[in-house]
Write a protein that binds this ligand. Sequence first.
Ligand SMILES: Cc1cc2nc3c(=O)[nH]c(=O)nc-3n(C[C@H](O)[C@H](O)[C@H](O)COP(=O)(O)OP(=O)(O)OC[C@H]3O[C@@H](n4cnc5c(N)ncnc54)[C@H](O)[C@@H]3O)c2cc1C
Length: 506
Amino acid sequence: MNRESMLRQLQQTSQWDILIIGGGATGLGAAVDAASRGYKTLLIEQHDFGKGTSSRSTKLVHGGVRYLEQGNLKLVKEALRERGYLLRNAPHLTRVQPFILPLYSWWQKWYYAVGLKLYDLLAGKLSLGKTRVLSKKETLERLASVQQDRLAGSVLYFDGQFDDSRLCIDLAITATRQGGTLLNYCAATGFEKNAKKKINAVKLVDTLTGTNYTVSVKAVINATGVFTDAVLQMDDHIKHEIVSPSQGIHLVIERQLFPGTDAMIIPKTDDGRVLFAVPWHEHVILGTTDTPVETVSTEPKPLEEEIEFILAHINRYSTIPVSRSDVKTVFAGLRPLVRVSGPKRTALLSRDHTLIVSPSGLVTITGGKWTTYRKMAADAVDNAVFVTKQEKRDCLTKDLAIGNRVERQSRLEVIIRNSIDADKPLHAGFEYRWADVLYAIRFEMAQSIEDILARRTRILFLDAKLAVTLAPAVSHLLMSELGKDEQWRQDQLLSFETLAKQYILA
Ligand SMILES: Cc1cc2nc3c(=O)[nH]c(=O)nc-3n(C[C@H](O)[C@H](O)[C@H](O)COP(=O)(O)OP(=O)(O)OC[C@H]3O[C@@H](n4cnc5c(N)ncnc54)[C@H](O)[C@@H]3O)c2cc1C
């Protein structure tokens, strides 16, 4: 995958069957879906692939234990099915994660045991392991730091865990392998319509060069997450309020503060939700929150009360104290929840997805979860094809392998053979090597320090101060690989350091 060749394809194609706006989970899923069905597919992302919500999740491939408690069996069942497909199609980016739910009364223990047995049953053949009730002793053996005062035992169940932005990149690679054209740093700025007021062209800008394009299209999918309303407005000039953004933050700590390989789920927070502590890349992610917000941004800011909320809850359930100074990174994301009349609290809004077809033919898909991205993508493509009267073709993604592990392996071997130091780790204790950085620049369309340290590797999301110390070396590699000058490198460093400050808890 190479940005220059993508730009060439953009210029050489006279008309696209399907153009997708937005390079998060939903849009990238739609690109894989449309390209694999043989439609001439273009995806554009205004920033980098996964820059939005799709790199800021709790990293769970799950049916949603909380939605089970709300009685939404249809949503849970669909998500459990999708969980199974994703673990099968992207085994290199997903894994089965045991979860322990500590309980402090006998009735609670049996209540949750029955619920989680049902969760397992709903997964059917795609179950990831049998739910079991654990005694207090067994719980402490597995979750050494759990608060043991009045502990009645726990319930052990299994869900999936993944690397969200890596999956974005591998979905992008899969889409290009299926013949799709994908461009990061390319924003949709407007639509053109025919005499029947149907969209027939999209205006784009390459945000790296400022070059404008107008491309001819048959169908357009709006998969822009919390930016959905802005794209709808671009279409009909009416102010929309479909999305009700809800912020969730995560704190990342070192493994020794929450030892072991099991995740913990706190069954009821003070605002009636669940909270997770999940091992991830040799660290532990604590989260999340659910805070309605008025404004949307690609770089949302964690609120002080959200940080305190997570620290208070983890310290209530874990005996190893966690303080602000232990936090290696804090990151925030915005849920694109769909507004309905009724609930005022975003925690009560549906996690199901919504599809809207505008009079112009624009197909908007939003809401949902990372776990259900494939189903959302299939629904969006089905509708886009139907609305624009294109030839109907079957969806192929249920069994489609994601990524290009064999090619990656052989290319990395060549990089390591030809580049001094490429085999060295970026930092002791981290799995990433300098070869991964070179690979990201050459074959994964990484254009900036942030692309490399936030989304191709996850160092900004694991240890923000470490990311700052690695930035100069990364900037030198980028400068020479992309043929940039010293001024560009200095600007890159400055903008990365400014960004990283938001991820560091003062
Ligand atoms: C805190 C939190 C935790 C979560 N945890 C989980 C979890 O553990 N498991 C799970 O299944 N789900 C989880 N989710 C939900 C999941 O992350 C989201 O549902 C999913 O990432 C949404 O993807 P998306 O593609 O719709 O949106 P996004 O990822 O936001 O992508 C939309 C993209 O559109 C781009 N865009 C906008 N306007 C334009 C334009 N004009 N031109 C070009 N591009 C444009 C944006 O830059 C953005 O990258 C979580 C969400 C949050 C907030």
